[in-house]
Write a new protein. Structure first.
Length: 452
């Protein structure tokens, strides 16, 4: 693997480090062997390692949470490739800049030189910007490497994504993070020029706190070291100094990203599966990660009718009450109201009959928009309407036997259609019996009409 002396400006070389450079940047790996974690991709004999070492990388997307090595792998590629290596910022680069660089890439290709374009946070590029890369990727003028924390299935154009190999980077294990922290203490790029004394259990505590994020682990170590006492050139890290820096765990939760949808999905499915412990955990993950409690309350209210429904009609009352409590009180006091609602809904009997009934009716409503309202149940608001038959034959149910009139309320083309099928869960078992009784009464009325 050839090392380059002309690494791109995006990546700071070791000789440029000074005390003002963050530890995470000073410790950024220069070679594959220094990369922390991702053994499933860059371990001995693994495909990505082989591609990088042979300088044959294809267009690809690195997808993973923050701090797992996406930009680091781009650093390594930049230092080892024979290709021109160009970086783009999704914030500052417009279509004009993209096309200018792509034109130069076309020229370089004519002379047999490859161009690798690295786009960090590619999900921040809009569709037009992403489309600007597509023809150059298609004809091989550039090799595109994108990095994203968001699911590329949703955030990268399908045509562009289909021409890229997606590599999924995983959160870094606590053991790997602990090893990285130990290396940062002894490496001259880290604290190697000083003497930092820290117990192994405190290193492990920082690794746990970092939650799979190497950058967070190194930044926390730096904060701990800078806030510890130094005597005779020895920095002694105490349990108290570590506890002050990790008093609040950094939760992996992005209110506008994929994890937002993953966790609300986990909350729904835990409640649906009658698992209150899991439901409360995912609720806490959302709220402690900074989610708007009113958003959660709205989703819980939807769940109350979609998944509990008529099996326990009180579920909707409790969900709506929780929403109002969140509105009145706010965080952090409203957490208990949401927890109460989530636990109640988790333990309630489940029925999605209302949801299914509506979806069935919606299908017919959209496909049969011309079906007329039966004349008997139209509102005869004027004399003319009465003359043409509006309301003719209508019977007020309140004055009929069993409070049921002999009326057909569906359009003629849909007579006999059943949308609502009750379950036997909870209260809905009584509703099912009531519906059966109503249907029997209606059948008897029709029978009488025919006999008359």
């Amino acid at each position: 693997m050839r090392k380059r002396d002309d690494a791109p400006d995006l990546f700071v070389s070791a000789k440029e480090f000074d005390e003002s450079t963050p530890l995470a940047e000073r410790m950024r790996p220069q070679t594959l062997d220094e990369v922390c974690g991702q053994a499933h991709l860059i371990g001995a004999g693994k495909v990505l390692r082989t591609l990088i070492e042979r300088d044959t990388v294809p267009s690809m997307i690195f997808w993973g949470p923050p701090g797992v090595g996406k930009t680091t792998l781009a650093t390594v590629i930049a230092r080892t490739t024979d290709a021109r290596f160009i970086t783009f910022s999704a914030v500052t680069s417009g279509i004009k800049e993209i096309k200018e660089v792509m034109g130069k890439a076309d020229e370089a290709r004519a002379y047999g030189q490859k161009t690798i374009v690295f786009v960090d946070e590619i999900h921040r590029f809009n569709k037009a910007q992403q489309d600007a890369f597509l023809p150059f990727v298609e004809r091989g003028s550039i090799i595109l490497i994108g990095a994203t924390t968001e699911n590329p299935s949703f955030e990268v154009n399908g045509a562009l994504l289909s021409r890229c190999k997606v590599f999924v980077l995983k959160p870094i294990s606590e053991d790997d993070l602990a090893a990285l922290l130990r290396r940062a203490i002894t490496d001259k790029r880290g604290f190697g020029e000083k003497r930092v004394v820290i117990a192994d259990d405190l290193i492990r505590a920082i690794a746990v706190f970092a939650n799979g994020d190497a950058r967070a682990a190194l930044s926390t170590l730096e904060m701990v070291a800078l806030n510890s006492d130094e005597t005779d050139g020895v920095i002694s890290v105490t349990e108290d100094s570590v506890e002050q820096c990790i008093s609040r765990k950094s939760l992996l939760y992005d209110k506008s990203g994929e994890e937002h949808y993953n966790i609300i999905s986990a909350l729904h499915k835990s409640m649906r599966n009658s698992d209150p412990d899991a439901a409360v955990y995912w609720l806490a993950r959302m709220l402690e990660g900074g989610e708007d409690p009113l958003y959660v309350a709205r989703r819980v209210t939807r769940f109350a009718s979609e998944d509990v429904g008529l099996a326990d009609p009180r579920a909707l009352e409790i969900a709506v009450a929780a929403y109002h409590a969140c509105h009145f009180i706010g965080m952090p006091e409203c957490t208990v109201h949401l927890a109460e609602a989530v636990i109640y809904l988790s333990l309630a009997p489940k029925s999605n009959s209302s949801y299914i009934a509506y979806e069935r009716a919606k299908k017919d409503a959209l496909s049969r928009t011309a079906d007329p309202v039966p004349l008997a149940i139209r509102n005869a608001a004027t004399k003319l309407m009465k003359e043409v038959g509006y309301g003719k034959g209508y019977r007020l149910a309140h004055y009929e036997e069993n409070k049921i009139a002999d009326l057909d309320c569906l359009p003629d083309a849909l007579l006999g259609t059943e949308y609502y099928t009750p379950t036997e869960e909870g209260v809905e078992a009584r509703i099912k019996a009531r519906l059966a009784q109503i249907k029997a009464w209606k059948a008897e009325l029709k029978k009488r009409r025919k006999s008359d």
